[in-house]
Design a protein around this ligand. Sequence first.
Ligand code: DQA
Length: 154
Amino acid sequence: MNRFRILVMNGPNLGHLGQRQPEIYGSTGMDALPGMLKRLMGEQAEALELEYFHSNSEGALIDRLELARQDGTAGVVLNAGAYTHTSLALADCLAWINLPCVEVHISNVLARAEQLRHRSLIGRHVIGVVAGFGMASYALGVQALVTHLQDTQQ
Ligand code: DQA
């Protein structure tokens, strides 16, 4: 298996998971994500270089994505939080950087009460979406991305 460098990115309000509306987002903190990915992905995780980035700021997320174009990153797993639904700037970035990206959400955004959450501005520029599986959404997103990379890079 190829050794892929994968960037796992989190946007606004995802830094305090566990404390933030646990009835929606669960009681696990984001600091548990690396260990959880290792556990859920088993041996597959050993063969990956997983890097983590979190910012509440739209510009910082775009800066990191631009950097990912040229730092050997093979693909991105992105939970853009509310910017998913609002950020044309993030969508514009994903449209040109030419890196495969999987959009992930902890909650099932399509089942949420607010209509605005049913729309994703970044959705046109990602290879697929995983939503509603709690923290396991990230592991599923990484697995889907790796499958895509293996299919397209061999
Ligand atoms: C979220 C869903 C978004 O609607 C929300 O703004 C978030 C988290 C999720 O992971 O379920 O901040 O992306």
